[in-house]
Design a protein around this ligand. Structure first.
Ligand SMILES: Nc1nc2c([nH]c(=O)n2[C@@H]2O[C@H](COP(=O)(O)OP(=O)(O)OP(=O)(O)O)[C@@H](O)[C@H]2O)c(=O)[nH]1
Length: 313
């Protein structure tokens, strides 16, 4: 007899900040699925219920919060052995009341830096990665000179923007400018340079990916990222243990005129169900963040529109 299909549930969960760089967590009751683990408060979405309303209802029932407003943060699909779950994590932007465990569950404000010490359900791994990441990934133009790049870096916002030093990975002065500004930055392909420069991440190009597959995963403790353009590359990035990826091109772009754009629907189809954190790249700008999140990405990446002095690119 064929096995019965596993139950599929849709869940909404809130990332609730307190304005002091802490997030509200609760502990799942022992008798429930994934019992005893810490979670972002939330619960099952009712059929036809809009996600923002579902989260407001759950946070009222579980924590006693009122007037909850939220926006998309990250969508994760995960297959537990006994359950398939689609988790819509949302960033809570406003609420009233002080969260307390109305169902007897422990509730705590936890500093972001303390999140890695908590045990979460396996589905939460991409959220733990995304919580360390800026929503914008800025690529300094290669048409500028080093002094212009350094001047541009000093105008980026470290809270919102990270930097991929695509054409600038072998320039210690550029890495130093990122550090001085407190910007998280990624080095291209060279794990040794990433270690030396204290990069936040290592981003593998197609060539870097092939080399890492041949020689073994690069020895680097920071985040591992891969440039992807299709389903096969996403598979390879996951097999290598990557944390995040760029997927491109979403739209036509003058830097890669030959590449066929994925479009937002094609983008969403490719990333659905993959436990990587994705940035949409190629013809997108900071204003596309809401659209990108609605299609499963966490962030947006690019040169044009992101770089402060890029008017004449
Ligand atoms: N709320 C929440 N659920 C999570 C997280 N991570 C994760 O895997 N889940 C899973 O998502 C599902 C949430 O369902 P739930 O049982 O809490 O839903 P509910 O509050 O409506 O519960 P009930 O109907 O059993 O009372 C569980 O299978 C849980 O293991 C998370 O961070 N927050």
């Amino acid at each position: 007899m064929p096995a019965a299909p596993l139950p599929e549930i849709v869940v909404v969960a809130g990332i609730i900040p307190d304005g002091d760089d802490r997030l509200c967590l609760s502990r799942r009751p022992e008798h429930k699925h994934q019992g005893g683990l810490w979670e972002f408060p939330g619960g099952k979405v009712e059929p036809g219920e809009p996600l923002e309303r579902a989260l407001a209802r759950e946070l009222h029932e579980e924590l006693g919060l009122e007037e909850v407003r939220s926006r998309p943060f990250l969508t994760v699909r995960h297959r537990y052995p006994d359950l398939h779950v689609t988790l819509h994590f949302r960033e809570v932007t406003a609420f009233t009341g002080e969260p307390h465990g109305r169902e007897g569950q422990p509730v705590e404000w936890v500093p972001r830096s303390g999140l890695s010490a908590r045990a979460f359900p396996a589905a939460n791994r991409p959220v733990a990665v995304a919580l360390q990441l800026p929503p914008e990934w800025v690529i300094p133009p290669e048409t500028l000179d080093e002094a212009q790049v350094i001047a541009g870096l000093s105008r980026l916002d470290p809270a919102r923007q990270g930097v991929y030093l695509r054409g600038w990975s072998d320039r210690p002065a550029v890495a130093a400018a990122c550090r001085a500004r407190g910007l998280r930055f990624w080095i291209r392909d060279d794990a040794g340079a990433a270690r030396r420069e204290g990069a936040f991440g290592l981003h593998l190009s197609g060539e870097g990916l092939t080399r890492a597959e041949r020689d073994g995963a690069p020895g680097f403790d920071g985040l591992l990222s891969v440039a992807c353009h299709d389903a096969a590359q996403i598979e390879r990035a996951m097999a290598l243990g990557a944390d995040m990826a760029t997927l491109s091109p979403v739209r036509a772009t003058p830097t890669h005129p030959e590449a066929v754009p994925l479009g937002w629907e094609g983008f969403a189809d490719l990333i659905a169900g993959n436990p990587l954190v994705f940035y949409a790249l190629g013809g997108v700008g900071p204003d596309d963040l809401t659209t990108a999140r609605a299609h499963g990405a966490y962030g947006v990446a690019g040169i044009r529109g992101f770089w402060p002095a890029c008017v004449d690119l």
